[in-house]
Design a protein around this ligand. Structure first.
Ligand SMILES: CC(C)(COP(=O)(O)OP(=O)(O)OC[C@H]1O[C@@H](n2cnc3c(N)ncnc32)[C@H](O)[C@@H]1OP(=O)(O)O)[C@@H](O)C(=O)NCCC(=O)NCCS
Length: 167
């Protein structure tokens, strides 16, 4: 992939095939149907971003409000956003392997945290041992807040992490 001209922008319907393909490549053991991305986009477009050039999609970020601490189950449609959402849930931030290390994920996360400032907290499920990465952005392990078994589908090292919005 070409690092030049890659930039974050709002996700569009026309990106969905590429986003789903990228998700399949990055998360072979945590598969989610294209329909999940296709549903979240119109539900909360401001939380849906892609890292893109004119020719390709090299990353995506997906977030939407939830009622804390109840994330949607993996690969599940939610139908609608909760009317009283009190947390911005970062569903995923994923960068194509050959584009990692360039600060693109950090840029997307800073933008999501700015969006999340409208909520009391941001939260996410850390997978693949990424907790140290998320700690850099102020997230801490709050797995004790989750219902027993809520993280089971995400692997043994999954953690529920929360960042309270600063006053
Ligand atoms: C996690 C991920 C998004 C990070 O992407 P990236 O392009 O490497 O991120 P950035 O370039 O913005 O990295 C920012 C910093 O975090 C560090 N970092 C990256 N992954 C890390 C990890 N797993 N643990 C600790 N630090 C990490 C980088 O070394 C970099 O440090 P530096 O600023 O001191 O150089 C990427 O590895 C990825 O897509 N992984 C697969 C999907 C995934 O795990 N998503 C998160 C789901 S919870």
């Amino acid at each position: 992939m070409t690092a030049l001209a890659m930039a974050w922008r709002a996700m569009r319907r026309g990106d969905l095939d590429a986003v789903a393909d990228l998700a399949d490549r990055i998360h072979p053991d945590l598969p989610e149907d294209r329909a999940v991305f296709a549903e979240r986009l119109p539900l909360y477009p401001s939380g849906c971003r892609v890292l893109a050039s004119d020719a390709e999609i090299a990353g995506y970020a997906l977030a939407h409000p939830i009622c804390y601490p109840h994330p949607p189950a993996l690969n599940t449609l939610i139908g609608a956003l909760p009317p009283l959402g009190d947390a911005l849930y970062i569903h995923d931030v994923a960068i194509a392997p050959d584009m990692r290390g360039g600060g693109h994920a950090a840029a997307a996360i800073r933008a999501l945290l700015a969006l999340g400032a409208a909520f009391p907290r941001c939260c996410l499920i850390s997978v693949y041992g990424t907790a140290p990465f998320w700690r850099r952005f102020g997230f801490t392990d709050a797995s004790c807040d989750c219902a027993p078994g809520a993280l089971a589908a995400y692997g043994a090292d999954a953690l529920w992490m929360v960042r309270l919005t600063p006053e």
